[in-house]
Ligand binder design. Structure first.
Ligand SMILES: Nc1ncnc2c1ncn2[C@@H]1O[C@H](COP(=O)(O)OP(=O)(O)OP(=O)(O)O)[C@@H](O)[C@H]1O
Length: 344
């Protein structure tokens, strides 16, 4: 994984920083024992319950979990808009309590799908404004802003005041402002909420490009599994304020294992029994003629299965991949009780 810094962001927070020599090895974000409880007594809600993790520079990490799991509170506790009760946060190696200005100079965020864009300013003026606020000379990044506007399909609206835009376009401006600011680490809470299919696709491509080309680190929370699968190197699953899984998307999806649904008029009791002896048959549904079965196997197992079926001259009328999606995995990990996440 890259540890390159964004060129225009180099020196943000002071290139003479006493922490600068650690920047190449420090995680972009390191969270240790973070804890946040709202309220007190029987109504208290523990939103973040002893969370620790580190995010490598240049990686894209997804925070997933059911409603109320604590994702937003976790992000807010990291970026300092919520004060955690306990725990430590380091951004690019800088402790937020020891040097908050320096630490947060590396960070930008878009929370709950919105951000305080200036609706009287044009799209381009907003980008320039937020670059300036982020300590970047807007002229030095004008080309990058143009490219961003282009890629997010905002170029035609670049000189339009934001207030004249549709809700989805305003959201894209918010995203563009965050991505244009020159931060090393961006936190995006539900970034694709309200975006149309094409815009969400553009967003996914842009996030991957920025992470790969500029070393931008992205932490995003989303209920949109397509986005998570497409952009995240790694996924942290939160339930009831705690981490219940922290792994790559492939590992969570068990990408080395596949489940096929096969239908054949020749699947009688004999054939199914002999298949069961060699393969993991997870489901059998008898049909008027034959049966529909589900078999889980790795690649070698699938080859062996097909060979066995061919040897027995079993005709297949349906072959369908029914691999579980990230949403299935998530439900398995967190349960689907909508009452979860209320703390205790
Ligand atoms: N300011 C607050 N005061 C009291 N309780 C809060 C506050 N903010 C969040 N909570 C509670 O903390 C828990 C975690 O909420 P949070 O918004 O962090 O979850 P989430 O995972 O982001 O949910 P969603 O997917 O619905 O956005 C919830 O039980 C919520 O009601």
């Amino acid at each position: 994984m890259t540890t390159r810094h964004r060129e225009d962001a180099r020196g943000r927070g002071g290139s003479s920083s006493p922490h600068a020599e650690h920047d190449d090895v420090a995680p972009a974000v390191a969270v240790d024992g973070l804890y946040k409880r709202f309220g007190s007594g029987p109504d208290a809600v523990t939103a973040v319950d002893g969370v620790s993790f580190a995010v490598e520079q240049g990686s894209v990490v997804g925070l997933l979990g059911p409603n109320g799991a604590g994702k937003t509170t976790l992000i807010k506790s990291i970026i300092g808009t919520v004060l955690p009760d306990a725990g430590a946060v380091r951004i690019m190696g800088v402790d937020v309590r020891e040097a908050p200005r320096e630490a947060y100079a590396h960070v930008d965020a878009m929370l709950e799908g919105a951000r305080n864009d200036y609706w009287r300013l044009t799209v381009r003026e907003n980008l320039r404004y937020f670059a300036t606020v982020g300590g970047v000379d807007p002229d030095s990044v004008a080309t990058r802003h143009d490219r961003l506007l282009d890629r997010l399909d905002l170029a035609a609206k670049a000189d339009e005041p934001v207030r004249n835009l549709s809700r989805g376009m305003k959201q894209k401006v918010s995203l563009a402002s965050v991505l244009a600011g020159g931060a090393d680490v961006v936190f995006l809470d539900e970034p694709t909420l309200g975006l149309d299919v094409a815009s969400a696709r553009t967003f996914r491509a842009e996030i991957r490009r920025l992470a790969a080309e500029t070393g931008l680190t992205v932490v995003l929370s989303s209920h949109d599994m397509e986005v998570v699968e497409a952009v995240c190197d790694r996924v942290i699953v939160v339930a009831d304020g705690r981490i219940v899984a922290d792994d790559t998307v492939d590992a969570l999806l068990r990408a080395d294992e596949h489940t096929l649904r096969l239908t054949s008029p020749a699947f009688d009791a004999d054939v199914v029994t002999s298949l069961r002896e060699r393969f993991t048959v997870t489901d059998v549904e008898r049909l008027d003629r034959g049966a529909r079965i589900e078999v889980t196997a790795d690649t070698d197992g699938l080859y062996a299965l097909m060979d066995a079926l061919r040897r027995r001259d079993v005709p297949l009328t349906e072959v369908r991949s029914v691999d579980p999606g990230l949403d299935d995995v998530l439900l398995d990990l967190t349960g689907d009780d909508p009452g979860r996440g209320t703390g205790e």
